[in-house]
Design a protein around this ligand. Sequence first.
Ligand code: ZN
Ligand code: ZN
Length: 812
Amino acid sequence: MHRRRHGCRKAVSKPAEARMAGLDAMAGAWYQSHTVHEPGQRVRVRHTFRGVIQGVGFRPTVYRCALKLGLTGFVRNQRSQVVAELEGPPEGVAEFPALLARTLPSAARIDVLETEALPPTGECAFRILESSPDVFRFPPIPPDLALCRECAAELLDPRDRRYLYPFITCTQCGPRYSIVERTPFDRETTSMADFRQCPECLHEYSDPGDRRFHSQTNSCPACGPRLALTAAAGRPLPGDPVLLAIQALTRGGVVALQGIGGFHLAADPRAAEAVRRLRRDKDRERKPFALMASDLEEAERLCRLEPGDAELLTSPASPILIRPFSPAAPAHLAAVSNTGTLGVMLPYTPLHLLLFRHPGAPAAFRHLIMTSGNLKGEPIITDPGEARSRLGEVADLFLTHDRRILFRTDDSVLRLGPDRLPVLLRRSRGYVPGLVTLRQPVERVTLGLGGDLKNAPALARGTDVYLAPFIGDLEEPVTRAAFEQQVRRMLSLYAVQAEVLVHDLHPGYFSTQAAAGIPAALKIGVQHHHAHALAVMAEHGLRQALALAFDGTGYGTDGTIWGGEFLSVDRRSFRRHGCFRPFPLPGGEAAVLHPIRIALALLAGHLHRLEVERVFCREGRLSAAETELLLEMIEKKLNCPATSSLGRVFDAAAALLGLVDRVAYEGEGPIRLEGLALREPGAEQPLAGEESELAALVPLLGSESGVFHLDPAPLLLELATGESVRAAAQGASALRFHRAVAVAARAGARELRRRTGWEALVLSGGVFQNVLLLRLLLPALRADGFQVYTHRVLPPGDGCLAVGQVYFQPDL
Ligand SMILES: [Zn+2]
Ligand SMILES: [Zn+2]
């Protein structure tokens, strides 16, 4: 950890300086115009701060600065801001911003500082006031914060009273959101209420000079949570739980580990038997596992990091970052991921750090598989008893604790797009609750239920939107129960009732049906891709925009499956101007799981019968009988729902290139297709002279309804019959496919603008998890003069839907 922190120091110094410079500049401008004072005079100012300033030790820092400068007044949270009034000699008041900037806690960030003069009141002390209640906003809850540098040092310092204490925290680190029961955030409203602080801890808590002043999670070995190590039967095993867990991992065992927001399954990837068991018992045949690296150097050894990645990995959010394998990565990682990329994170709790650095048992591993503790399709498990009963087959040992997890959070997963913009694949720990602030408020308390895939509901009041963490797909009863619990708990967390309830239009969605059982004065369905577009618009405060909404599945207003949509959108309505040309999905969901069927459906009308057999019946893709049956289904329109989904076109391309036969996890084909394309030389070169040639592969056609169609069939035909059938040309074909799709999307965007005259363009939908597509498309659209908006704090997949739903403006 020392090495890790040392490694990141250089990376974080720049933003820290920027934070200070910005703060000085913000306050400096004000003081320059207010500097004439009588000798001995007292002045009073009010500073209003916005940024990451609540639950990160900001108010105690303000308190200490005021005391040091001999100032009186108060500091308090006010809605999402912090207000400080300071009174005293002019020099002290003027020096305050610079002192605050120098001592700002590492997890804090000031985005805006407003300063105004007030008449002095003669106040004779400085106080931290309780938060002022406000009915129009949500009281703030901080996100869970990764172990900080100071606590990591104390954890490994034999002279410290918290030496090797696996629950060490301070105002800068530890669980927050995952342990909260109700608001405002306080020890008594979290599961830390189960533990009464000992006199020593209480002294730290009460001492303004201590870095644990007002730390709501403060505890120590004498008074805090405790670890236990058990087998599946539940009997605690004698001995040091951490040392025994390390020994089990070293021997090649699987340990279920209770973390901040749920359980992990940990194993050494060199232990073939453990990996086999994780794959069998979690029913994860090929899906990549996330890795936890012992420190930054190890992460760098495993994958190719770019400038700025170190800062992200060591940030308080501490996400899983997806990066290409490094050439130095050990060969055994092939068992972890077959996509060419690796999801890597660093130890973010004291317990994780001890697994790698416990002095009593030098670990024989420098990285561990650290995958969510759940069964396939189910939410991450949070309760020790449930973990033992449900994960008893896969895990040998259970390392658990008695600090109750109240809100489940998974590890957040992200990639980086063009300009290092984050592309959130899973938004959870470290990013929730992270309120989205709207420019225009919603008129009523509004609950958005999201969709059935990657579900995450949202709640809006005034200008605040709270988006719950990723829950999962609402297919299994356990996940559906977790969804219903989350909805109940988010309403009780903020003690509100939903006045407006928004759901997807899909009549078969569980989330749509659940709307009937939730009380609300007004219930509305919002179209899936409209909600996608609205989600980006909510982030950027847009009232209207053009939208490219590309994903796998969304219920259309005509009852067909949409997913390659070119729309114009405002907060009340949308218009569908164009889409990828609809095609049949033989067998519906069956085609999604066996995507060569999609390719057949797309190409059936373009190939002679003999060619169909030559392309589709080789290498055991489809039998002659299957092909016959599928062609008949397509011809007679039997169980062949129509779709305009671009996600399905990616599936078909991956199947034609032989990358995936039966899909083992969602997105497997597109992920492997992108991975292959990214490894080609010049993959990210801007679109240029090739454009007209590629445009012919996805022609833009008119239609009777006035909705334009982009037809992907010629592109897939080239993949099916051209060079790409030879493995050597696979990568080139995968890249050509991406470039042609980008050219088509650009052509559609231009057509949207021609029809509307608008230039603001939003991008949303699961297809935009594809970073290569973003890197090709974004510069091209900007060069065309569009103002392009992408998600910044929300995931482009269906996890953003609920925010779009609450941004919809109903007629009240
Ligand atoms: Zn700390
Ligand atoms: Zn204590």
